[in-house]
Each structure stands twice: as C-alpha cells, then as structure tokens.
Design a protein around this ligand. Sequence first.
Ligand code: NOJ
Ligand code: CA
Length: 672
Amino acid sequence: MKNVFYFVIMLLCVLSSCTSKTEVASPNSNIKWSLILDDKGAMTYQVTVNNQPFILPSALGFEEKSGLNLKDGFQVVNTTFDSQDETWTQPWGENKSIRSHYNEMAVNLKNGEGVKLTVRVRVFDDGLGFRYEYDTPADSLLLMDEYTSFNIAEDGTSWSIPAEFNTYELLYRTMPLSEMPDANTPMTFKTQSGIYASIHEAALTDFPEMCLKNVGGTSLKSWLAAWPDKVKARFDGGKFQTAWRSVQIADKAVGLINSGLILNLNEPCVLEGDLNWIRPMKYVGVWWGMHLGIESWVINDRHGATTENTKKYIDFAAANNIEGVLVEGWNQGWETWGRPGEYVPFDFTKPFADFDIDELARYAKEKGVELLGHHETGADIPNYEAQLDRAYQWTKEKGINHVKTGYAGGIPGGHYRHSQYAVRHYRKVVQTAAEHKITINAHEPIKDTGIRRTYPNMMSREGARGMEWNAWSEGNPPEHYELLPFTRLLSGPMDYTPGTFDILLENSKNHPNRIPWNGNDKGNSRVNTTLAKQMANWVVIYSPVQMASDLIEHYEGHPAFQFFRDFDADCDWSEALQGEPGEFIAVVRKAKDNYYLGATTNKEARTLEIPLTFLEEGKKYQARIYADGEDAHWETNPTSYRIEEKSVTNTDTLTVVMAEGGGQAVSFLPIQ
Ligand code: NOJ
Ligand code: CA
C-alpha cells in the first residue's frame, strides 16, 4: 500500500514539473539518455540501462559571475537526431582500427536572456558522452561553477584517486560509492546490480578538468579546477563548449578496457601528410640511476647524462632491439633549480659541458638508435612557452623526434596544473610539437581525455604514481597494478616505465655514490611485485613508448630480458581477456604476427585459465613463458622466476599460475 502511495506521489510530481522529455538510445537500445525540462525551464538528465534507472534525474548547467542565466528558463527550440557507424584508423594505439557506432541527439534550447544552448549527446553500446555548446550575448564569460551531477541510482563499490587539482600521483582507494568523498576521473564503480561504469571526460581542449564531489549518498557533482581568482573557466567571447562528460558502461569489468568510447568522442586527426614521424618504440634511459640517488641530474662527479654514459646506453639499445634512449639532466638549469635567489631558468638548447650533443646525435644515428629529448620545465610554464618554438626546432635539428616533458614544482602565479590555464598550455605544447614533427610524452600532465586521436603526436603521459615512487617512497602497493588498468588507463596510455629487475634495489642501496635525494625516502623503498609481474606490466600498462626502466647492468646477461627484446611497442590490436579491479588482469596484444600476453595479480596467488583462441587459426606458435618461480612471493621472494617454452595453437588453453603479487608474461612467436 505504502509503495502504491509513493508511486502516485512520484507520478504527480513528474506530471506537474516535467514539461518536456527528449530521449536517445544506444544502437542496441540498452542505454537511454533523456533530457528533462521542468516548468521553470531547468534542465536535468537521466540514464537508464536495460530499462532500469542508472543515473536518476541530475542537474545540468553553469553559474556565471555576472548572473547571466546558464541554468534555467530554457525552452526547446528543436531537437535533431543523427547516427554514425564507421570504423576509423589511427597510426598507433591499443587498436589501430576502432568502430564508432552511436546515436546522437542535439537538443537546441534558448532562454529569455538570449542564451542559446545545444546539449549534444552521443550514446554508444559501451557508454555515452554529453557536452554543452553555449552561445550567449555576453562579451566575455566567467564561469564560477558547473552544476552537472551524476545521481547514481544505487550504491556500489568505487575505485578512484582523490580529487586533487595539482597531481594524479596518489594511491587508489576502494570504497563504497556512498562513502567516497570526492574523486578525480576516471572514477570507476560497480553497482550492486552488477553494472560496471566509469565517469570521465573526453576532448578536454579549453576547459578546466572535472573532478567529482560527493554531495550526499551516491550523488556526485562536477568540481572544476579554478584559476587563482576562483573563476573556473573564462572566455573572451560569449561562446564556449565543454569537454564531453562521459560514462563508460559495461557488464564485465574488462568491457571498460575494451571500449573505444573516449577516443570515439574525440575529433579525427588534424595532422596532415605522411605521419611516419610518429613511431611507437621501446626505450631505455639515463633515468633510474637519478631516482635511486646513485647518479645526479646536475653536472658533478655523479652526473648521469655524460657523453660516455649515454654511449653505453646507445650501445645497449642497439644490441637489444631497443629503438630509443632517453637522457635526463642534460641541459642547463638543473644546477640552480629549486634554489630561490639563484635560479637561472632551464634552457632547452644549452647542453651541459660534459654532454656532447652533436657527437651523440652522430653516434646514435650510426648505431640506428634514436635519442629521446627531455624537457623538465619545473612547471615554469612562462619560461617553457617563451622557448617552445626555438627549443623544438633545435631538438629536431639534433635528430631528436620525441620529447619527454615534466612539470615538477608549482606553476608561477599559483595556477593549478589541471586548471584551464594549464590545459591551454599542454595543448599549445602538443600543437607546437606537431608543427616541428615532434612526439610528446608528458609527465605531471593534464589527464588524458583522448586527444591523441586528434593529435597522434601526443603519445604517452604519466598522470598516476609511476615507477619512480618505488625508488624513493614506500612504493606502489601490489594492487596498484590491478587498479591502474580499470581507472587511469581507461583514459589512455601511461608512461609508467615498468621493468625494474633489481626488485629490492639492493645494488643501489649499497652503492658508494648513493645520496638519497627525495624527502619521501625512508630507506624502505623497493618494488612491490615479483620479477615476472614487472615483465607482464610491459604488456598490461599500455604505452606506445614503452621503457625498460632499470639500469642496463641489471639486464645484461639476464635470461628474462629476452621478453623485452622480443616485445614490440607498436601493437595493432589488443584485448583485455579477464580481470576485476584491484584483483587481477590479463591482456593480450598483437603486433605484426606476434602476440604478447600479460597477466598480474594483487597480493593473492591466482591461477587463470586462458584459452588461446585469439591466436591465428591453423598457425603454430612458440610460446615463451616468463612465470613466477614455484616459491615466488612479492614480499619474501620476488626474484624467483622460471622460463618455459612450448609450441601452442589457438585450440590450446594456457594455465597461468601467479604467485602472491606475481604475474606472467608470454610472447607467442609464429613457428615458420
Ligand atoms: C618527474 C618525472 O615523472 C620523472 O620521470 C622525471 O625523472 C623527474 N620528474 C625529473 O624530471
Ligand atoms: Ca612524476
């Protein structure tokens, strides 16, 4: 009786306040998105999945500083519908070819203040995106708040990092959605009914990043990174367009990984002509030694980026089927960085005296290896922008096609790294680099929102706790690697830099040159995985520029390094086969005729049965299996591993046995 009473009340409310409702469904009709206007012309939207409420009516709109009404008083002018079903290709990616299949609805609205608004929605079988396109009579706009909300219909388990506008290098939390105070995106959750979903954004081009704030129960609201004067977004004219607010939806956790939604919501490639200067690659680097504290970024007797040391890395790369060598600490600026009063800004065209760039460019070319540039900006964005054009021209002249950037430190003027100011900078970097045919790997970046589709020279980025944390903190916990694929990696590639073989950092801890350089170093640093899991991460943690992070002396003569020699970063196709957030993951990637499998587990030992149906029918493959040793354990015996070789076909099933905190990497090479 009570239920009937509530139903009647609800019906009356809906009938009295809902003046119009327009709806669009996914091609398979499972997901439906509707816009509802109440009698005051205020907008809400709702989402159903399999005809069940998934997002309950949730607010839309913005607050503008002058009081211009961007929120209500709206009426629908007209609604247009469109659809697309096409397959597009990209020069690199987890999948080089992606199907984009959606139904679109554009609701054109206007209010009494002359504000025109199009709410554009695209609904795919694997989720949806909606964005605002405002056209107002104002000469300029100062947005103070975004009302967009996500009132999730039921509670569930969430996986996320906290909302933070300066860093993503934070530990993941697993908690009930209703207890999650806030989150950055991608914020992934599983409802009590078993639906997996992830809220994120796509095509962030000229807007602050969106975090989520819990405003009660399972109601989340957009929380934008602000400028120092508290304005969230500013525009010179009266028009603006937001990034897409996206929700991936799947019935299995791996469905989120196998979705192309974020890329599909981005614009097609704008780079013209031959794009063969954009090349995936494997690399090693003069890098880990500095994080371990046994080498220095600064010119002194511990300097890492010397001509001699770089040549050793070039030789190693040439001998091990590795295309690139990264060198950090090669340019002037490092010696005064972080010293108030003495700081002479980084100069990206002035090498240190012991780094002979011309000789190294010649030597690398002779050996068929590429040097990778490094621009640590110290977050001094004005200094970097002033040099950008000249620096990229100089870099290109030295035969360098790829630059890793870094933004450690605070941006002058107190800007957040994820603010609209910074988003504009990161975009300018990508565009300027493209003009010089340079590819980018950004550290301390803005989060990935799929712009690599539009600018495929934006290849990789950090944007989560990477390998470096294992050198100078308590390290990333074992389950970090089973959380990344279902959260951060949904947004795009990550330059995690896997592959440390000296798991306990024994060789460096006792090194005579060691000076711990980071305040987080409590002497308990180590890598919290087994060796086999380090190898599996080369497959699982997708990056088109994939690093083998360790000092090369730890690879020399090591039988397990054969996996990286055989590995190909230029993959054509991928599939996440099995997995649950924070528990385990198994991914396969195909590159040319070879396949690579990576599987990892959290602190629990686990055995997966993996049918090899992905292999080409009728072909025989040599499976080289790099597995945890029988007595391996991430904490007590992390370096125990075994290598097994066997011939397999696509009718076989592989039993993948993983130790606590372990994993397995397998290469499948066709037998001629
Ligand atoms: C932080 C980056 O993540 C790391 O890879 C780099 O070595 C340092 N900054 C120094 O630039
Ligand atoms: Ca970093």
